[in-house]
Design a protein around this ligand. Structure first.
Ligand code: PGA
Length: 251
């Protein structure tokens, strides 16, 4: 994990196999031009196999979620081992859209552990719903981190990426975009929480990225002023031109 990353979270898009193929191909072409970054495409699970089928080498593959189980009688679920065998490198875990549907920190923790066992990199999403003036959002984030890592052994913590995605800045319903100062504040806070729990060398080794309404206007501020290890991009990853604009400015 040395190159900085740009994670494209396609969420539940696009609607057809044909469109997914087109988006894979155009994203792959663009990422060839920006070798400083690992571009990680996280398509919906039915399209994960496309990277292999289309013989695409220039992007990394990620999943948007994983089951809490290993192989067995779990209808509708898929395992981290299956993702690994498809050539995935990353798994987004605990995205706020899944947490809104009831996913809790305990489930997130189980998924992170299984993902690590399959030698994939978990991208743990954390973030508060609202920013209050008395700092309650910090205690919320602290418990989100510690509870999400409860099952993870100390030696494995450094193999996790933490994505700070404030819920108020994510998706179409975003009230505003976070600032690089807000990202920096949380990044320092994340390292403090990790340092108190696991020691400073582990805390420093964990990469922190930003997600939530990232576009070509704000991407550079998070990477440069906020010194983010990378970005998690939703809407603007569905349009190859917009994704290229982001890569161009941060390159
Ligand atoms: P957005 O989504 O870029 O559309 O806000 C980001 C995310 O939810 O990962």
């Amino acid at each position: 994990m040395s190159r900085k990353i740009l994670i494209a979270n396609w969420k539940s898009n696009p609607e057809s196999l044909k469109k997914a193929q087109e988006l894979f191909k155009s994203t792959a072409l663009i990422s060839k031009k920006y070798k400083k970054f690992d571009v990680v495409v996280c398509p919906p699970s039915p399209f994960l196999l496309l990277k292999n089928l289309l013989k695409i080498k220039s992007i990394k593959l990620g999943a948007q979620d994983v089951g809490e189980n290993t192989e067995g009688a779990f209808t509708g679920k898929y395992t981290s081992g299956m993702l690994a065998s498809l050539g995935a490198d990353y798994v987004i875990i605990g995205h706020s859209e899944n947490r809104a549907l009831g996913e809790g920190n305990q489930s997130v923790s189980i998924k992170i552990n299984l993902t690590l066992k399959s030698k994939l990199i978990p991208v743990l999403c954390i973030g508060e719903k609202v920013r209050d003036d008395n700092g309650d959002y910090l205690s919320f984030i602290k418990s989100e981190i510690l509870e999400s890592l409860a099952d993870v052994s100390k030696t494995n913590i450094k193999n996790i990426i933490i994505a700070y995605e404030p819920i108020w800045a994510v998706g179409k319903g975003a009230t505003r975009v976070a600032t690089s100062e807000e990202f920096t504040e949380i990044k320092i806070f994340i390292r403090k929480v990790l340092s108190d729990a696991y020691g400073s060398s582990i805390a420093e080794a964990v990469h922190v990225i930003y997600g939530g309404s990232v576009n070509s206007q704000n991407a550079l501020s998070f990477m440069k002023d906020g010194d983010a290890f990378g970005l998690l991009v939703g809407r603007d990853s569905l349009n190859a031109k917009k994704l290229e604009e982001i890569l161009k400015v941060i390159n």
